[in-house]
Design a protein around this ligand. Structure first.
Ligand code: NAD
Length: 267
């Protein structure tokens, strides 16, 4: 086998990538890292204003990016977004299933509507985007990468997140099943399980909880106190690991779930 230099190992030049929910938060940082490594990046999101700001920033730094409005819970949108990415960039090589929602709710109060929303975006979306991407990658016959955003809540129980934990536990198993099924096509499927990462979504959830009379700060402080690495995570902590999984450096890695959680699961 040829031995690549370190720079070549992280080079994504000529690759076409799609990141669901790439407008803000973790997804935005992922887009920045992939574009900086040379990939052309399609942001598939429902928030076109924020997505436009993100692509402007990528372009200002000399990267290539486009945006498509696509709801992760819609199979039709998933097929359309994958097709548009392959067409725009001439190749679809990397899918990052990042779009996700995490409204907390006690199990006794969880409605069918909330359950369906969370499962549709987080789990159904991940499956059907992966299916559409794999079909395209198999057609291209040069392999590919699928990277899923799971969560430590898919590996470890927590209160008021049963619906979310079930969706992310589903993403964990989906990652392993699809890794096995797509391996003959050299499509590598891996997941990252973030701990608590400071994003707009986390901030909005804090505001919503406080408006409902629930304190979140104490929970957050307790969470951070438990962290062996002693600090909360930032979006780029996750994006760097996505870059690795998308790159030639990870070309013998499939079916893994990597916790990126400051050591939370050890505590
Ligand atoms: P965020 O709320 O900050 O951003 C989510 C992005 O997804 C936004 O751009 C939003 O517009 C988009 N989005 C929401 N619903 C969508 C839909 N139906 N279709 C398409 N796009 C949609 O979220 P984040 O904190 O950056 O989290 C990103 C991923 O990481 C999620 O899957 C989340 O579950 C996972 N995660 C986050 C944390 C954390 O602490 N932030 C921890 C573990 C896992």
């Amino acid at each position: 086998m040829d031995r690549k230099s370190n720079a070549e190992l992280l080079d994504l030049g000529g690759k076409g990538a799609i990141v669901t929910g790439g407008a803000v938060g973790i997804g935005r940082s992922i887009c920045y890292r992939l574009a900086e490594a040379g990939a052309s990046v399609m942001i598939a999101d429902i928030d076109l204003d924020e997505a436009s700001k993100t692509i402007e920033k990528i372009r200002a730094r000399g990267g290539k990016a486009q945006v498509i409005r696509a709801d992760a819970s819609s199979v039709e949108d998933a097929n359309r977004a994958i097709e548009a990415t392959a067409k725009a960039f001439g190749s679809l090589d990397i899918l990052v299933n990042n779009a996700g929602v995490y409204p907390t709710c006690p199990a006794l109060d969880t409605t069918e509507k909330l359950w369906d929303k969370v499962l549709s975006i987080n789990l159904k979306g991940t499956f059907f985007y992966s299916q559409a991407a794999a079909r395209e990658m198999i057609k291209q016959a040069k392999g590919g990468r699928i990277i899923n955003l799971a969560s430590i809540d898919g590996l470890h129980p927590h209160v008021e997140v049963a619906h979310y934990g079930a969706s992310k536990g589903g993403v964990v198993m989906l990652t392993r099943d699809l890794a096995l099924e797509f391996a003959p096509y050299q499509i590598l499927v891996n997941a990252i399980a973030p701990g608590s990462i400071m994003t707009k979504g986390v901030e909005q959830e804090r505001i919503a909880r406080e408006a409902a009379g629930k304190t979140t700060q104490e929970l957050m402080d307790e969470f951070v106190r438990r962290l062996p690495l002693g600090r909360p995570g930032f979006p780029d902590d996750i994006a760097k690991v996505v870059l690795f999984l998308a790159s030639p450096a990870a070309d013998y890695v499939t079916g893994t779930v990597i916790p990126v959680d400051g050591g939370y699961l050890l505590s």
